[in-house]
Design a binder for this molecule. Sequence first.
Ligand code: AMP
Length: 201
Amino acid sequence: MYIVFVGPPGAGKGTQSKRLLDYLAIPHLSTGEMLRASTAQGTSRGHLASQYMDAGRLVPDQLVMEIVSERLALPAYSKGCLFDGFPRTLAQAKALDEALAARNTPIDMVLELRGEESVLIGRMLKRAAEEKRVDDNPETITQRFDVYKRQTFPLREYYESKGLLTTIDAMAGADEVFGAITAAIESHRNKSRSLAMARKS
Ligand code: AMP
């Protein structure tokens, strides 16, 4: 299964994606993690990416697509993965669709976490104080929210028009959110099974 997981900063995507990966037993494709690894390795890509990341801005689409394409070419990613924090722009979403169409493995589902901005900003500020992530300070938090609203939020319309979008309320407790996610996945699986059976008969 190829699943896209989107949501604003502070919506609990990190926590939920960990649980989801265990549940689905598919590999993870987190562009944020991959970009942080490139930065830690001191590669030229990492150096370029960090200039955007540290400012809470999006890394250029071309660089992101390069690292995603390399990852998708690995055999472990041939049957499915959880796209986490990717795509973040319409250009990335379209490029991903093309890449997956070329190998005949389209996206199965898009899960969107949705929450109230003031609550999410409060969560982010708390995390910033606890974890001291370079890109988690009050200025970049506001910037990342702004970027999400302007560049990533429009993706919901794109995926909704394709009938792929499921929106989940991120304001509930972590267990409840996870319950809603797994319910959406099981409902999708049941529908796919019924469709496959109807085609056979
Ligand atoms: P994340 O860990 O997903 O919150 O990503 C951390 C930072 O990495 C973001 O604020 C962006 O600067 C950058 N980043 C991660 N994924 C992408 C992406 N798909 N497109 C552009 N920039 C990204």
